[in-house]
Structure formats: C-alpha cells, structure tokens
Design a protein. Sequence first.
Length: 140
Amino acid sequence: MTDTPSPMPLDAMANQDLVSRDAFEKEAVWLPAMAVQHWNAGKMSIEGKTFTDCLIEGPAVVAVMNNTTFDSCAMGTTTDTRNLLYRPMGQKLAGVVGMSNCTFVRCRFAQVGFTGSDGLLEQLQAGVTTLTSQLPGTAS
C-alpha cells in the first residue's frame, strides 16, 4: 500500500507565499512571520522585495542591508527619531530581521526599529518621517 501525500495546509501555502513573492502592495505585512518563513526556507535575510503603500508591522528590529531604500515612508510613531534607531555593539547582529535589496515606497512602519552602519543610522536620523501627529496630545 502506498501512502498518499496529504495536501499542504492552507496556512503553510500562505507562508510559502511570503518567501516566493517579490512584490507587496496595499497590504499589512507582519514582519516576524515573514522573517520566520524566510529562515525556515533557509534564507537568513529577506531579499529583493518591493513593498508599496504597505503597513509593515513588528515587533521587530530591521537590519538595513545592501541597497535597501525607503521612499516617502513613515518610519514610526515617535516624537524623537532616535527612539527608532539601534546601534550595533559588536561585529555581528543577532535577533534582527535582515533586509537586503528591498524597496519600500510610501510604507508605514509600526513597532519597528532599525539598525545598520553608523552612516545608515545618521541618514535615517536625518531623513526619517515619523507619525508624530498620531500621538495622543500632539498637535497636527
């Protein structure tokens, strides 16, 4: 008697989709799920994806790597941009979501921090758009 393979569960198919897709548009992306699915597929970073008009949700710290760009994005809700930035203390990063060759266009980030080289952190600090108008008690 031969065993018949059971069909792939729908949630597993959806998770594979996070790895195989190159473009995401006008949708919420839960970064922890995307990162785990990439790791399970043997990819240690998320690479070569374009996100347009998406909500990128954490909790997560993104390691901004090779050729990852942000165009007209709102990086988070804070009154101080430095609250979103983390400086690496050692030679390697652990516990972060690596993003390489990714493009973010008009995306909003929620509960996401960012790390990378000193130069990158300075660029982000100078050019980050935050959502301070959405904080309670702040003027629009």
